[in-house]
Structure formats: structure tokens, C-alpha cells
Design a protein around this ligand. Structure first.
Ligand SMILES: Cc1ncc(COP(=O)(O)O)c(C=O)c1O
Length: 434
């Protein structure tokens, strides 16, 4: 082959991946046979044979405004031609504009500042360091079933065993009961989950906290929404012990939940730190910690550097994402189409005994599959089968949750009402016989 040529044959792609990818990168393989994508447009993807799919996953919630969006492509292309990288020791207007625009999306009346990273976990690590440095405390609360990333800090905050490696993760992190009305240990008793926070602080911590980190809607954990009133009271308990509130908006941000631009806005709280990534760049590597100025100032005297943080190409794409969300009304679209999608999932729930629960908001939706609705035994094998069928019927969804029995749907926010009919038809065929 000529240097730089691309071999699109299935054997070539699979063979090289098997031979040259490390096991740690090779292992993430949801389907029984490889799915190879060659291009995308809006809410659609095409495999290397030209078969089209409705993308209900958005490359794990990264593709927020649509594959190959012309405005994002134009902005990135223009910046690539001018200057591909500019480290933060030099000045460049694009990331500075973007920081201003992100700060303007935050609750008014506070002084917000931005630190760009190249992805979510890096941003989570920085948020953790900020919380500990600002408060002078170490102990952190995190939720069981949360996913915050794969770096040491982010992995230590993650409350799912499958993502936690058998290595000495950070100390001082306490995973509290997840207020999950469907599977949580206290059912839908929000007060009991809050009381558990008091007990954890009392028995497992020094009594002083650095903070509490939370996803407003757990993503990889299977679209678990925080119950009304929980976050406000939990944040108060943490602040009473000297801690701050870090909200992980990596999946739930940028209008995806429909009602609000940020997931935390549904809970009547203003966090000290908001972490964002994924949808921020529509697929370009980018993350950000947006913090109240006094919290971020705690790191003023110590060097903290992310080589690709504030990369101007990613930031140009990020600026375009914000414009497109506004110009195309994608938050309102998420609400409208999300409602129709949820209605489809509810119809599936009525018709198919295997569907145990339907949850979510806007374009963060999921159904949980169980072998028996009373015992709620996870239908792991059946989910695997139905998941394979969704692919055959032209959908891309995600198989999530610790028992791999949850089908998660988080499509690009440009998905249309007309796509929902196709989704319903494909899901109906996939669930036939269950
Ligand atoms: C809620 C949440 N936080 C943090 C992360 C980590 O982001 P990244 O994979 O960009 O490091 C993820 C990634 O999946 C996520 O879903």
C-alpha cells in the first residue's frame, strides 16, 4: 500500500486493531461483530458498505449538534488553516472569546472563569484538585453508580466497579447511596438518601468536606435522574461541612435535557464548579472546568497545565456549537423530540413485559430490561440479543448499566420528529417476541 493510504477492508481494519491496539483500548466492543463507520451527517451514520443508521448515541453523547455540521466544520477548517495549535503561554482570541461565551451561559450574578482541558476526565481531576485546594479539606462525596472518567482522580470518583481498576485509587472519596427510585436501596424515599449522607459524613469522613460531585442525570449508569429536592438538600449538607458542589455536566449539558441549558438548573442550586466535555465540541477533543472565580483563584500560585487545553481549533468548534444550538433552537428541539421518543418508549413498556422501566428527560433517555418486573432481575442476555437486532434494523443505541441491561438513547440534538417513527418501527421489530 502507498504511504498514507487507507485500507477500508473489514479484515484490514479488524486485523490492525487486534494486532496494534492495546487490550485496554481494544476491549470496548459492544456488538458481536465490528461496526465500521465511514461517514456521518446530522443524525445519520453510514457504515463502510453504505448502510445508513439513525444515530441515537451521538458517539457517546459527543456529537451534540449533528455529524459534520457545516457551521462547526467551517469554523474548525478556518482555524486549522490559520493556526492548528496555540499553547496557553501565548495569547489567542478564539479560546478567550469562547471562555467569555461559556461564562455567559452560567447563572447570572456570579463571577465565572474557565479552564479548558482536552476532555472530561482531565477536567474532573482539575475540579477535584480545585475543591481540595480551595476548601483545605480532602474528603469528597460521590454517588454510587456515577461515571466521571478514567484518569486516577476521575476513576476514584467513579462508583461503578467495572470502571475501577485494581490499583490504589485515591483515598478520601466516599460513595454514598444512589437516590435511584427504581433500584436504589431506599427506593423512592428521598429523605432516606439524604439521611445516609449525614451518616456517611459522621462515620466515614473527618467531618470536614472538600465537596460533593454529581451528575444531574447519570449517563453511563443508565440515565438515572436525581429526585426533586435531593441535590439542593445534599449541597446544603456538604456546604455546612465546608465543602463545595461540583456538577458533572459532561453528558447532561448544552441543552440536551430540553428544559434547561444545564442539568443542574432543574434543581434550584448554583454549583461552585461545573465540568463540561463531550457535546461542548461536537466531537472535537475539548473539556472545561467553569468555576466561581474565588474557587479557581485557589490554584493561582501553582502551575497547572493541559497541553491541548484551549486548543484554538477545538475552541473554534465549541464556539460554533453554541451558535448552532441557538440558531437551530436545539434545546427546544431536544424537549420536543425527546417527548415523542419517550412516548415511544412508554408504548414499548406497555406492550413488552421485558421493559421494566422507562426514564429520562429531553434527549437523555433509557429503558431498563428485566426478566421479571417484580424481582427486577436484569435481563442481560435478552438485552444483548435485542441490542444486536437494533443494529440490524438500522439504529445505533447504547447498552449501559452495570448489568448491561439498559438501552440508552442520547442522539444528536438535531434529531427530528420524523426520525421517531423510524425509531419506533425499528424498536418494535427488535422487541418482537419479548
Ligand atoms: C458524566 C461523565 N463525566 C466524565 C466523563 C469523562 O470524560 P472523558 O471520557 O472525555 O474523559 C464522562 C465520559 O464518558 C462522562 O460520561
Amino acid at each position: 500500500m502507498e504511504a498514507g493510504a487507507i485500507d477500508w477492508s473489514t479484515e484490514g481494519i479488524v486485523g490492525r486493531r487486534e494486532k496494534y491496539y492495546a487490550a485496554s483500548q481494544r476491549a470496548f466492543m459492544p456488538y458481536r461483530t465490528p461496526l465500521i463507520f465511514s461517514r456521518g451527517k446530522g443524525q445519520y451514520l453510514w457504515d463502510e458498505r453504505g448502510q445508513q443508521y439513525l444515530d441515537l448515541l451521538g458517539m457517546n453523547v459527543c456529537v451534540s449538534v449533528g455529524h459534520a455540521h457545516p457551521e462547526v466544520t467551517r469554523a474548525a477548517e478556518e482555524q486549522i488553516r490559520a493556526l492548528q495549535h496555540c499553547t496557553t503561554m501565548f495569547y489567542h482570541p478564539v479560546p478567550a472569546h469562547f471562555a467569555e461565551e461559556l461564562a455567559a451561559r452560567m447563572p447570572k450574578g456570579h463571577d465565572w472563569v474557565v479552564h479548558f482541558t482536552s476532555g472530561g476526565a482531565e477536567a474532573i481531576d482539575l475540579a477535584l484538585i480545585m475543591a481540595q485546594t480551595f476548601t483545605g479539606n480532602i474528603d469528597m462525596l460521590a454517588l454510587r453508580n456515577a461515571y466521571h472518567g478514567a484518569t486516577f482522580g476521575a476513576q476514584s470518583l467513579t462508583g461503578i466497579s467495572g470502571f475501577r481498576h485494581n490499583v490504589p485509587l485515591l483515598g478520601g472519596i466516599h460513595h454514598i447511596a444512589n437516590p435511584d427510585p427504581y433500584r436504589g436501596i431506599f427506593g423512592d424515599d428521598t429523605g432516606a438518601y439524604l439521611a445516609e449522607i449525614d451518616r456517611t459524613i459522621r462515620y466515614a469522613t473527618s467531618g470536614k468536606l472538600a465537596g460533593f460531585i454529581v451528575e444531574p442525570i447519570q449517563g453511563y449508569g443508565g440515565i438515572i435522574e436525581l429526585p426533586a429536592g435531593y441535590l439542593k438538600s445534599a449541597a446544603q449538607k456538604v456546604r455546612d461541612r465546608g465543602g463545595i458542589c461540583i456538577v458533572d455536566e459532561v453528558q447532561s449539558g448544552f441543552g440536551r435535557t430540553g428544559d434547561n441549558f444545564w442539568g443542574f438548573e432543574a434543581h434550584d442550586i448554583i454549583p461552585e464548579i461545573v465540568v463540561m466535555a463531550k457535546g461542548i465540541g461536537n466531537g472535537f477533543p475539548l473539556g472545561a472546568v467553569v468555576a466561581k472565580r474565588d474557587v479557581a483563584e485557589s490554584l493561582a500560585k501553582k502551575f497547572f497545565f493541559n497541553t491541548y487545553g484551549a486548543n484554538p481549533v477545538s475552541c473554534a468548534a465549541g464556539r460554533a456549537v453554541l451558535r448552532v444550538i441557538d440558531q437551530e433552537g436545539l434545546q427546544a428541539n431536544s424537549l420536543k423530540v425527546g417527548k415523542r421518543m419517550k412516548a415511544v418508549l412508554e408504548r414499548l413498556h406497555q406492550k413488552h413485559e421485558i421493559v421494566g422501566d422507562v426514564r429520562g428527560h429531553g434527549l437523555m433517555l433509557a429503558i431498563e430490561l428485566v426478566t421479571d418486573r417484580m424481582s427486577k432481575t436484569p435481563a442481560t442476555e435478552e438485552t444483548a440479543e435485542i441490542f444486536e437486532r437494533t443494529r440490524e434494523h438500522g439504529l445505533v443505541v447504547s447498552k449501559s448499566g452495570t448489568d448491561r441491561n439498559i438501552l440508552r438513547m442520547v442522539p444528536p440534538m438535531c434529531i427530528q420528529e420524523s426520525d421517531v417513527d423510524r425509531m419506533e418501527d425499528a424498536l418494535e421489530r427488535s422487541f418482537a417476541g419479548y
